[in-house]
Design a protein around this ligand. Structure first.
Ligand code: MLT
Length: 268
């Protein structure tokens, strides 16, 4: 579906009925990152998976996409769909957006899924690397990024044993546009540290990390959990940064258990 929000056309999928769950993709992907979760969770829930501005079939204005803007886009979509509250989930950059929602719109959140993500801002070295990547995209296009990222976002096991997932991830990245990638890189580089938000969150939180995630370590995930007032960590063995794609059954079970347990609490 395509809708007009905040002066752009935003594309999203909306499947199933029940308690709404919003799944926000990472960089440089689109809503297809969540295909498996949309299929499975939509049997019991309403699942909404947007293409963030700059990605998939959403518009990609030549701009810096701040996490604050992304959060405002998600809330504008919820407003349009007349959804007052939803479970908000994000993987990696999607998690940065979910934390911006937790900061700016806590009243719209019924639960929070922080997957393979961090609350800290970029280190100076990571920030510089993002600006170098933007420069390189200007000269070389995006293929170098696809080849580099696929090695980083998947575990060795997935890279060696699951050519289907490798191909799926490469194709998804190849479909993305240079302008969109640069907008998100600049937005991530500018984002602030949102660690201070963690102990203010009043809804159930689950932190999920791949044991073999080479971009965000389990140590970082544990550090985030320690800051939370309500929340726990699930580590998925054998998985890298894209644990929802690399170990979909385990990942879906974790999401289902999280949503169900919290429904029980809610109706006690
Ligand atoms: C992602 O998967 O969204 C990115 O790796 C996040 C990042 O570059 O910080």
């Amino acid at each position: 579906m395509l809708v007009e929000i905040n002066n752009i056309q935003l594309h999203y999928v909306d499947e199933g009925k029940g308690k709404p769950v919003v799944l926000i993709h990472g960089f440089p992907f689109d809503h297809h990152l969540w295909d498996n979760q949309v299929n499975v969770l939509s049997r019991t829930n309403r699942v909404i998976a947007p293409d963030l501005r700059g990605f998939g079939e959403s518009d990609h204005p030549d701009d810096i996409y701040t996490m604050t803007q992304y959060a405002a886009d998600i809330i504008a979509l919820l407003d349009l769909l007349q959804i007052k509250k939803a479970v908000i989930g994000g993987l990696s950059m999607g998690g940065y957006v979910a934390l911006a929602i937790a900061e700016q719109f806590p009243e719209r959140m019924e639960g929070l899924i922080l997957s393979n993500t961090r609350s800290a801002k970029d280190t100076a070295a990571v920030r510089q690397n993002r600006y170098n990547t933007i420069e390189k995209i200007n000269y070389d296009g995006t293929e170098f990024l696809v080849e580099d990222m696929v090695q980083k976002v998947l575990s060795k096991k997935t890279l060696n044993q699951n050519s289907g997932v490798v191909e799926f991830v490469e194709n998804m990245m190849r479909r993305q546009d240079a302008v969109g990638m640069k907008g998100a890189l600049a937005g991530m580089a500018q984002r602030k540290d949102r660690t201070f938000i963690l102990n203010t969150i009043q809804v159930p939180v689950i932190v999920i990390n791949g044991k073999k995630d080479s971009l965000i370590s389990v140590i970082e995930a544990k550090r985030m959990v320690r800051e939370l007032s309500v929340g726990h960590l699930e580590v998925i063995p054998g998985s890298g940064h894209l644990s929802n794609l690399e170990q979909p059954e385990k990942y879906n079970d974790i999401l289902k258990r999280f949503i169900e347990s919290w429904e029980l609490v809610e109706h006690r």
